[in-house]
Structures are given as C-alpha cells and as structure tokens.
Design a protein around this ligand. Structure first.
Ligand SMILES: [Zn+2]
Length: 297
C-alpha cells in the first residue's frame, strides 16, 4: 500500500529522497539506498499530533512526516476532551492517522468514572485501533494512585472484551504495572510498553508477557542505559514512536517533537542493533501492522 517508486515522487518527496540517502550514508549503506527506497516506510506508533502545540501548523507537520516515509501515525488518546481533536485529525488523514481510545493515568482524578463511561461509549463505536494510553504514573503525584489502578484494571478488561491491543504508559511504577498486566494476562492480552525506559530485567519481563517495547527519543540521548537494557530484545518485539510533542530526540532536544523525527530514533536503533535502517523500517513496521491490525500489506 505504501510502495512508491521514485518516478512517482513529488518535488518534496524527491527532496526527502535526498534525506534518506544522507541517513543511509550515516549508516554506511549508501549503495543500497536507492533499491530500498521503494519499500521503506515507518510507523510512528505513539504521537499526539492533535494537541494544541500543533494548532498553527498541524497539516504541515503531518505532511513532513508522510513525505519522509513515516506513512502512518497512531494517536493515543488522553482524556475526554482530546477525543474530538484526535478524531478530526484522523478524518483529515484517513488511512494515515489512526485513533486509540483510553484515559491517561495523569488524567485520572475524582471524575475518572464519568470519563471512563465516555470512553466506553466511544469504544463501542468500533473505530479505535487500541486502548490507549492507559497505565500508572506516580511521578507527578500519588494522590490518585488507587483510582489510577482502578482505571487501569477496567481498561485492561476492555482490551480483552473488545479484542484490542493496549498502549501502556508508566512512570515510577514499572513493578506495579507489570504486576497488573501479569494478573490480567490470560494469553490474549497484547500491547506495547510505550516509551520504554526500564532495565534489562524489566525488558525481559515485558517481552515474556508477549508485549512490545516502544522505543522513542530517549534512545538517542548520551546519558541513557536504554541501549544496554534492550540489547537482548529481538527486533521483532520493538516498535518505534516519537511521543510528540514530548521527548524530542537528539539533536532536537529542547524543541517541540514531531513525527518526522522518528528517523533520528530509527537511525540510532540501527546503530545499536548493527542493522541497516531499511531492516529497522521493515521489521518495526511489520510489528506495528500486526499488533494494531493496520490495513497494510
Ligand atoms: Zn503519550
């Protein structure tokens, strides 16, 4: 579906063709760049392009990503207010932007039951590709810890009921979240630990649970133990993501993140895994297509 030959490229795409070659050059794969170009595409499995940080130039941001070969962008929901802008973006880019439905742990408060009721109505409409993002976040505050756990349990049970994958957010709570996922795992629960930044033991446990690890901008940072943590994780358990507008990769730190920067993450992962960027594209896109049941070949 995304196969595109160089002679079909627009001026912008041709310019990005040059960008690919530069990335390939960084990976010493220059001679293969052209032959891989036709089939190479990426999927940003976690990007919040509907947030107001993109209000001024949202269309350009999406086109920049598409033109660079990021052919699909998966949008995790946050709360009841974010549903409408998220769906508007999916309507504007059908087959390229895909919606999830879920209540983010930092949005869990006194009203979480009402918010969950709205989420369930949306889920029953059948458009969501996943339940997300959900999880536990004890970094910002612990006040609603019990409510966060309750909301997580409810949403994990929806994943089984609706036969959908989950996108899990966790901060300062990895042991707790693993315990919850382990309890809910009946052999059918599947999903991704988005923005994985745990230890090698945690990576091993997550993979043993049948889950994928979402690798984002953190992998490009100088001070990170993430390369060691994922050293033994096979590529067929890894997804790429930006978490835009948050966590921009090097060399864009301090700026707004956007989906086109997925290429920096893919390039760094290629170095770490000692593989070509086209292999990274091929396997991670296949993983994402399978997990989220995306309509691509
Ligand atoms: Zn997110």
């Amino acid at each position: 579906m995304f196969r595109q030959h160089p002679h079909q490229m627009s001026g912008i795409k041709a310019a990005n063709h040059g960008r690919y070659c530069k990335i390939q050059a960084a990976n010493k794969q220059v001679s293969y760049a052209k032959s891989y170009l036709c089939s190479m595409f990426f999927i940003d499995t976690h990007t919040h392009l509907y947030l107001n940080q993109f209000d001024a130039d949202r269309g350009q941001v999406v086109h920049r990503a598409l033109d660079a070969g990021i052919s699909a962008m998966l949008l995790p929901n946050i709360d009841t207010d974010s549903i409408r802008p998220m769906l508007d973006l999916c309507t504007a880019f059908p087959g390229q932007c895909f919606p999830m439905i879920g209540l983010h742990p930092t949005s869990v408060g006194d009203d979480f039951e009402q918010q969950l009721a709205t989420m369930e109505v949306e889920l029953s409409k059948g458009y969501a590709i996943a339940i997300g993002e959900i999880g536990i976040d004890l970094y910002w505050e612990q006040k609603f810890k019990d409510e966060q756990i309750n909301a997580l349990r409810t949403q994990l049970s929806w994943a089984l009921e609706y036969d959908l994958p989950v996108a899990i957010h966790t901060r300062e709570a990895f042991p707790l979240i693993l315990e919850e996922v382990e309890k809910a795992q009946n052999g059918k629960l599947r999903g991704v630990f988005h923005c994985f930044s745990g230890s090698s033991e945690e990576a091993e446990r997550a993979v043993a649970l049948g889950f994928y690890l979402g690798i984002g901008g953190v992998i490009t940072y100088k001070k990170t133990s993430l390369p060691d943590a994922i050293a033994k994780v096979p590529l067929d358990r890894i997804l790429l993501e930006t978490d835009s507008p948050f966590l921009p990769p090097t060399p864009h730190r301090g700026k707004r993140n956007e989906s086109v920067y997925l290429l920096e993450i893919a390039t760094r992962l290629a170095e770490i895994k000692n593989l070509s960027i086209s292999k990274i594209a091929e396997i991670t896109s296949k993983n994402a297509t399978q997990l989220f049941n995306l309509p691509f070949e």
